[in-house]
Design a protein around this ligand. Structure first.
Ligand SMILES: Cc1cc2nc3c(=O)[nH]c(=O)nc-3n(C[C@H](O)[C@H](O)[C@H](O)COP(=O)(O)OP(=O)(O)OC[C@H]3O[C@@H](n4cnc5c(N)ncnc54)[C@H](O)[C@@H]3O)c2cc1C
Length: 375
């Protein structure tokens, strides 16, 4: 068995490490605080259709392909127990708050249909028959049968359990490099771990040797709501909505709680924003009035690892170094595909050339992120 070191234990590092173990590698995962980054905040929507926006042609096929692989990943991780990781392959309902939002939703539905994604228009009455907590005044919606959900925190618990003592709670301080190739990592306490390959899944975390990866933090505020004592859960499926042109989503968890998100801001402030919290509750209330009867049990902010085109950075940087980061707002959805491509790169297996080009970490700047020189 050869050694591979995975730096970073968010959803991407953990699924990649787990796949590499499946393939027979001797894996060590290093992270001072596993699953505490963007992954901890994520709502867990697996939404190849409702996440479609104009002008991202290289992203759609990746989202669709990864969604297709989810059921298999879940079945292999927790055989016969998908509920353990909150995997719910039920439809998502997207509703419009008023007629202007309805018009915007119709345009989006046309785009989804043009890409071959399934989207079924539903009347206001039909939407309210599906989810009785929806406001009577909503202007109808769309049912997206292929947009599902998972509980990212539960998924990470299952992955960490499967990886066992391969997960080391320590920070990678730098790479061990010899003759232009990475040969291992140096941890903050000075310990060195040597390996045949190092895989960087550090999200937004940077290393001194990698100053040039084009990543930026895109903050999101997200809330968790619980039914008040004795009350029944408000929703049975993910409800997304457009409210005065802004999007909002409510994702029900198995324990009856709701995840309400999410804002998007690039102000470099990691604290929850009062405006964001107000906005989320105000928009959610217009779609699901009963939100005001719930209890606010958590307010959290995390940064999504954004790239210039919203597509991840996955590729080989040197003979011993593979990077897999920049998953922006789709890292939970893209985990099955991203981890498989990353494992294929470690295994030096061929990857479909179109996909490799779309993910190429050098696609914005041909200089080497480890040195600033030519790759
Ligand atoms: C509010 C919000 C809602 C979201 N909702 C969704 C959603 O519904 N669906 C979806 O698909 N995506 C969603 N996302 C996006 C998704 O969360 C991210 O794309 C994904 O979590 C990125 O995973 P990651 O493993 O690359 O990064 P992270 O989860 O940030 O993990 C990186 C890990 O690397 C570790 N690390 C950093 N530096 C070092 C170092 N030097 N040494 C060792 N370890 C290090 C960190 O401790 C961390 O654990 C959401 C994001 C946010 C913020």
């Amino acid at each position: 068995m050869a050694d591979v070191i995975v730096a970073g234990a968010g959803i991407i590092g953990l699924t990649t490490a787990w796949r590499l173990v499946e393939r027979g590698w001797n894996v060590t995962v290093c992270d001072p605080a596993p699953a505490s980054g963007a992954t901890r905040a994520a709502a867990g929507m697996l939404a190849p259709a409702s996440e479609v926006v104009w002008g991202q042609p290289s992203l759609y096929p990746l989202m669709v392909e990864s969604a297709r692989r989810y059921a298999d990943l879940v079945e292999r991780l927790v055989p016969g127990r998908p509920e353990e990781v909150g995997y719910l392959p039920t439809e998502t309902l997207v509703v419009a708050a008023d007629h202007a939002d309805r018009a915007a939703l119709d345009e989006l539905t046309a785009l989804q249909a043009s890409l071959g994604l399934r989207a079924v228009r539903v009347s206001s009455l039909a939407a309210r028959r599906l989810e009785g907590a929806l406001a009577p005044g909503i202007a109808g919606g769309v049912s997206l049968p292929d947009d599902h959900q998972i509980d990212p925190r539960a998924m990470c618990v299952a992955l960490i359990e499967a990886l066992g003592d391969r997960v080391i709670r320590s920070e990678v301080a730098g790479l061990l490099r010899e003759d232009g190739a990475t040969r291992g990592v140096r941890l903050v306490d000075g310990t060195e771990h040597r390996g045949d390959q190092v895989v960087l899944c550090t999200g937004l975390g940077s290393l001194p040797e990698l100053p040039l990866l084009p990543l930026r933090p895109v903050y999101g505020d997200i809330l968790r709501l619980e039914p008040s004592r004795g009350a029944r859960p408000l929703l049975t499926r993910t409800v997304r909505g457009l409210v005065r042109g802004r999007s909002v989503y409510l994702v029900p968890r198995r324990d009856g709680s709701l995840v309400l998100g999410a804002t998007t801001r690039e102000d470099d402030d990691p604290r929850p924003s009062a405006e964001g919290v107000h906005r989320l509750l105000d928009d959610a209330w217009r779609l699901v009035p009963g939100v005001l009867d719930t209890r606010l049990v958590e307010t959290m902010t995390r940064a999504r690892p954004g790239t210039p085109d919203d597509v991840p950075l996955v590729g080989r940087l040197d003979p011993g170094l593979v990077v897999s980061t920049g998953y922006f707002r789709h890292g939970i959805l893209l985990a099955p595909l991203g981890s498989e491509v990353t494992a294929d790169l470690v295994d030096r297996l061929p990857v479909e050339p179109g996909m490799l080009a779309a993910l190429d970490p050098y696609r914005f700047d041909r200089s080497d992120p480890t040195t600033g020189g030519a790759p």
